[in-house]
Design a binder for this molecule. Structure first.
Ligand code: SAH
Ligand code: SF4
Ligand code: F3S
Length: 458
C-alpha cells in the first residue's frame, strides 16, 4: 500500500510558498545507523539541492530537519525517540519548520510513527527519496503530513550524483536491499529486495571521484556477494573499478561468508589498489546458533574462507560482527564463539547483544537469555577481542606501512590520522603532510585500537 501524501492531520507547518528556485532553504540532517545510511544522506542532499536546498549544520537555522534513521536494534530506535522529544523545542516558535523521519525506522513503523510522534511531519522510506521535494511542497501548500514508504524492486538512485562531504575518501553504494533474511535482522524488511546498479555507472562514478581528488572509495552493499549486473558479479565489478582507476584505493563492505567466493578473494589479491581488508561477519561460533540464525554457512566453511584469504593475502586485515545472547544460546555456544574468535584472529570486532525485532523470524522465539547474562557474555567477547587486537598490533611494531592520511588526529592538532590498506588506524606527527597524502611510516607503538608511527625518512 502506498501512503504517498496520505492525510494524517492538518496540523503540519503553516502554509508557505515553496519556490523551487529560491536558494534560501536550509536542510539539517542527522544520520544514524550504517554506512548505507550515510551514503543515502548524500543522495537525499542531492535530490534536495535540485530544489534549492542547501545543507546547514546548525539545526536552529534550518527550514527542514531530517533524521535518517536505523532500526537494527532497539537502542537505535530509542535514540530517535529521544531526539524527537528534543526536537519539539527546536520546532516550538517555528511553525514552518518541517521535521521528517527518513530511512529504516520510517520504513518499519510507517504511519504509526507519525501518529505517535506529533512533532513528525514527514515519513519517507529508503526507496522514496526522489519524492522528498514534492512531499515538502505539498506539506507547505496543504498542511498535509506526508508518508512515502513503498519499497521498490528497481530503485538504485543510479543517476543521482551524491552531495559528498569534503574529504579524501568516499562511499559508492553499488546495490540496495537484502534477500538473505537472517532470522534476527530487520534489514530485509526496511530495505526491501536486492538490486544492483550498472557496472559502467559505478566505474564512471569512481573515475570522476578520482578526478575530483578522492583517494579511496568503499563500495557498499548489505551483501555485496549478491551483486549482479547482467551476469557481472561483485568480483567482476571490483576488477573493473580497480583496472579503470589504478590510482584509487578500493574497499568494500559487506561480504556474507556464505557466498564469499575464491574468485572475489583472488581478485582482491591480484590488484594492488584493492585493500587487503575484509569485514566478514560471523555472528556466532556455534553451528546450532548459526542454523537458527539462518546464516547458511557452517563454522568449518567460515574458517576455510578465512584460511584461503590469509593464504593468498598474508597479513590481510579481518573484522567481524558478533551477536551474543541469541535465543537459546547456552554457555557452550558462547564458549564456541570465543574459540572461533581466537582461531580467526580478528583485527577488530563489532559486538552486539541480541535485540528482538518485530516481524523477524527470531522474534517468535523467546528472548530467553537474561539481560545480565547477555551483558556478561558481551563483556567476555569484548575483553578477548581487546587482547587479540593488542597482540596483533604489538606484532606490527617495527614494521613499515604505507598509510593514506585522512585528517587530523582526534586528540591533537599536531598529529594526523591515516589508514593502512588493512584498515589499521595510524597516528603520525603532522609535519608537512596533509589529508590525501600517501606516507610511508614505521610503527613504533601500539594499543588495541591504534598504531603510532613516525614517517620513514626518504
Ligand atoms: N549486512 C551485514 C550486516 C548489517 S546489520 C551482514 O550481513 O553482515 C550489522 C550488524 O548488526 C549485523 O552483522 C549483526 O551483527 C547486528 N545485528 C543485526 N540485527 C541484530 C539484532 N536483532 N540484534 C543484535 N544485533 C543485530
Ligand atoms: Fe541482515 Fe543478514 Fe541481510 Fe546482513 S545479510 S543485512 S544480517 S539479513
Ligand atoms: Fe540500520 Fe537500516 Fe543500516 S536498519 S544498519 S540503517 S540498513
Amino acid at each position: 500500500m502506498v501512503f504517498e501524501g496520505l492525510i494524517i492531520s492538518n496540523a503540519g507547518p503553516e502554509k508557505k510558498n515553496f519556490n523551487r528556485h529560491s536558494n534560501d532553504k536550509k536542510v539539517y540532517i542527522e544520520t544514524y545507523g550504517c554506512q548505507m545510511n550515510l551514503s543515502d544522506t548524500e543522495i537525499i542532499l542531492s535530490v534536495l539541492s535540485e530544489f534549492g536546498y542547501n545543507e546547514t549544520t546548525d539545526v536552529n537555522e534550518s527550514d527542514v530537519i531530517f533524521l535518517n534513521t536505523c532500526s537494527v536494534r532497539e537502542n537505535a530506535e530509542k535514540k530517535i525517540y529521544n531526539r524527537l522529544k528534543q526536537l519539539k523545542s527546536v520546532k516550538r516558535g517555528h511553525p514552518g519548520r518541517v521535521v521528517g523521519v527518513l530511512g529504516c525506522m520510517a520504513e518499519r513503523l510507517k504511519k504509526d510513527l507519525i501518529e505517535k510522534e506529533k512533532v513528525v511531519d514527514l515519513i519517507v522510506g529508503p526507496d522514496e527519496y526522489r519524492k522528498l521535494p514534492h512531499l515538502i511542497e505539498n506539506l507547505y501548500e496543504t498542511g498535509e503530513k506526508g508518508i512515502a514508504v513503498k519499497l521498490s524492486r528497481e530503485e538504485t538512485y543510479d543517476d543521482i550524483v551524491p552531495v559528498r562531504k569534503e574529504g579524501v575518501t568516499a562511499w559508492i553504494s553499488v546495490m540496495r536491499g537484502c534477500d538473505k533474511f537472517c532470522t534476527f535482522c530487520v534489514v530485509p524488511f526496511t530495505r526491501g529486495r536486492e538490486r544492483s546498479r550498472k557496472v559502467q555507472s559505478i566505474v564512471n562514478e569512481a573515475k570522476s571521484l578520482f578526478d575530483e581528488g578522492i583517494k579511496e572509495v568503499t563500495l557498499l552493499g548489505q551483501n555485496v556477494n549478491s551483486f549482479n549486473d547482467e551476469g557481472s558479479d561483485f568480483a567482476d565489478l571490483l576488477k573493473s573499478v580497480a583496472v579503470a582507476v589504478p590510482g584509487m584505493r578500493i574497499r568494500y563492505a559487506t561480504s556474507h561468508p556464505y557466498d564469499c567466493s575464491h574468485k572475489l578473494l583472488d581478485t582482491m589479491a591480484e590488484y594492488d589498489n584493492i585493500c587487503k581488508y575484509i569485514h566478514l561477519p560471523v555472528q556466532s561460533g556455534s553451528e546450532r546458533v548459526l542454523k537458527l540464525m539462518n546464516r547458511l554457512y557452517s563454522v568449518k566453511h567460515y574458517l576455510e574462507v578465512l584460511d584461503y584469504a590469509k593464504k593468498i593475502m598474508p597479513g590481510v586485515g579481518l573484522s567481524t560482527d558478533i551477536i551474543t545472547g541469541f535465543p537459546t544460546e547456552t554457555e557452550d555456544d558462547h564458549r564456541m564463539t570465543l574459540e572461533l574468535m581466537e582461531k580467526a584472529g580478528y583485527d577488530s570486532a563489532y559486538t552486539f547483544a541480541y535485540s528482538p525485532r518485530e516481524n523477524t523470524k527470531s522474534f517468535r522465539m523467546e528472548d530467553d537469555v537474561p539481560k545480565d547474562v547477555k551483558t556478561r557474555r558481551l563483556g567476555e567477547i569484548i575483553d578477548l577481542q581487546r587482547k587479540v587486537s593488542s597482540k596483533i598490533n604489538r606484532s606490527l611494531v617495527g614494521s613499515t606501512k604505507e598509510i593514506l592520511i585522512e585528517g587530523r588526529s582526534k586528540k591533537s592538532e599536531d598529529f594526523l590520522m591515516g589508514r593502512t590498506d588493512c584498515n589499521k588506524s595510524v597516528i603520525i606527527p603532522a609535519k608537512n603532510n596533509k589529508p590525501g597524502d600517501f606516507v610511508k611510516v614505521r610503527i613504533n607503538k601500539s594499543n588495541s585500537a591504534t598504531l603510532f608511527a613516525e614517517q620513514e625518512e626518504i
